[in-house]
Design a protein around this ligand. Structure first.
Ligand SMILES: Cc1cc2nc3c(=O)[nH]c(=O)nc-3n(C[C@H](O)[C@H](O)[C@H](O)COP(=O)(O)OP(=O)(O)OC[C@H]3O[C@@H](n4cnc5c(N)ncnc54)[C@H](O)[C@@H]3O)c2cc1C
Length: 448
């Protein structure tokens, strides 16, 4: 059985490894546009900020480890066409020669590209996007060779936030520009405000409700405009306006995309074409809470979907159980997390939500070093079904594990009362007999 995989990042490698595990006799080939198979692009901000000294350590697995699994790698092979009728893929290699590959089963794992809002001037030298290893290297080199002093980051999603810290670590003064009314629009405004307060305390300038309409170059400086007004000057600009699924190949092959623009798949990760699977940032993702497909490009999901696509391509019949929308971010000394619905999402999905906000110490106050955790928790007023939560706390306060408790509860459709009954661990330096997530559940019940 010939299994061909396009893309060598989280989804592609997970598919390849699983296919070889399930069917050790299968011939698994991965086609890779660049020369960086299985690198963690999630680590790029930490490399640029200097916390990770060597980019090579961003590899999830090195080439020797990958080859041990019996997978064949075709580096520098950019796929240009898929023929779903003849089961063939065509690629152009480094010497610009077209090579064709037959397949019995194909997995498309082409990922995403940076969204490029139509901002005139975004192609000027000194303006960057960051998605791939080579884009990370280009930024790092620019910082070394040009020694910029002032950075502007357009967009305050998680990449914008991580890069704000990275550039601050490199000694740049940083301005974040966000068109929404608060930073991190995937959080409620109250929490966006807390994040803004923390950023300002670190010396980061934050501009909200500011829509960048153009970038000019004047006398060596990059000028950022909103309408007729100059809102910032910079020597370095990063546009971090989200991700867009990389679907041109699939569309050209006649494979269906959904309303989000990403490839339509079912829970077996099958596309509309026979023998063709897809996974990761190029596909729509099944959301457990809405029972609908959404676009939520994340490494966690890409790994799971890739594994399922690989298993099924190799003859399995497993299904992707879906996401609940869980994300964590460390920015400076804080951790910001969320999972599930916020009020508006919950209402749009037929629930009658109540969200409460509270603060609790991360461990018993008598044990030194207790720090507050801010929690917003959402549940349905009628059924008391837990619907989502957001948390902000200090790095070291086990924030991401606490959101994972909520994420697990959402996965299992637990109620607020179930959350209170969970048998969670306790020792004074780490928690309280009632963990903060359970304190939040009590507080929610007090408001109903
Ligand atoms: C800076 C940054 C930080 C992130 N941090 C997090 C995080 O903390 N947590 C989290 O869950 N997620 C994070 N993500 C998202 C996560 O990295 C992605 O969701 C994940 O990489 C998706 O994996 P993928 O395999 O679907 O796609 P990608 O990683 O986009 O890989 C797609 C691959 O396909 C190849 N390809 C595309 N077209 C072709 C072609 N025509 N021919 C051959 N090869 C092709 C590309 O070269 C690439 O290797 C982050 C992303 C970035 C950019």
């Amino acid at each position: 059985m010939k299994i061909l995989i396009i893309g060598s990042s989280d989804a592609g490698i997970s598919a390849a490894l699983r296919a070889r595990e399930v069917s050790p006799d299968s011939d698994v080939t991965v086609l890779i546009k660049d020369g960086y198979p299985n690198f963690s692009i999630c680590g790029l901000p930490f490399y640029i900020g200097g916390e990770v000294a060597n980019w090579r350590s961003l590899a999830h697995r090195n080439m020797d480890q990958l080859l041990e699994s019996g997978i064949r790698f075709m580096l520098h092979h950019e796929v240009t066409r898929i023929d779903v009728k003849q089961n063939h893929v065509f690629a152009v290699n480094k010497s610009k020669t077209e090579v064709s590959f037959p397949y019995d089963k194909l997995v498309i794992a082409t990922g995403a590209v940076s969204a490029r809002p139509p901002i005139p001037g975004s192609d000027l030298p000194g303006v960057f996007f960051m998605r791939f290893m080579n884009e990370g290297f280009a930024i790092s080199e620019y910082l070394n060779t040009h020694q910029p002093k002032r950075a502007v980051i357009i967009g305050s999603g998680y990449i914008g936030m991580e890069m704000a810290e990275a550039l601050h670590r490199q000694g740049l003064s940083v301005t974040i520009i966000e068109m929404a009314s608060s930073v991190m629009p995937s959080l409620d405004k109250e929490f966006g405000a807390l994040v803004e307060e923390m950023l300002r305390s670190k010396g980061i300038r934050v501009l909200t409700e500011a829509r960048v309409t153009g970038i000019d170059k004047k006398g060596g400086a990059l000028i950022v405009n909103a309408g007729n007004e100059k809102i910032a000057e910079a020597d370095f600009i990063l546009i971090a306006a989200g991700a867009k699924p990389c679907v041109d190949l699939a569309i050209a092959a006649g494979i269906k995309t959904g309303p989000t623009g990403a490839i339509r798949v079912n829970q077996k990760m099958e596309t509309s074409a026979p023998d063709v699977y897809a996974a990761g940032d190029c596909v729509e993702t099944y959301h457990r809470l809405t029972s609908r497909y959404t676009y939520m490009p994340l490494g966690t999901t890409a790994h799971k979907q890739g594994r399922i696509a690989g298993e099924n391509a190799a003859g399995g019949g497993t299904i992707f159980k879906g996401v609940v929308g869980t994300q964590s971010l460390k920015v400076f000394d804080r951790v910001v997390t969320r999972t599930g619905f916020r009020d508006n999402d919950a209402r749009a999905n037929g629930f009658d939500p109540l969200t409460i906000q509270m603060e609790a110490p991360d461990h018993k106050a008598y044990y030194p070093g207790a720090l507050p955790i801010h929690i917003r928790i959402t549940a349905d007023r009628n059924s008391k079904q837990l619907l989502g939560a957001q948390m902000i706390g200090h790095h070291g306060s086990e924030i991401s594990k606490r959101i994972d408790i909520i994420a697990s509860a959402l996965f299992l459709e637990l109620t607020i009362a179930d959350l209170i009954n969970l048998d969670l661990s306790y020792t004074p330096p780490l928690s309280s007999p009632w963990d903060p997530v359970q304190m939040a559940a009590f507080e929610w019940l007090n408001h109903i």
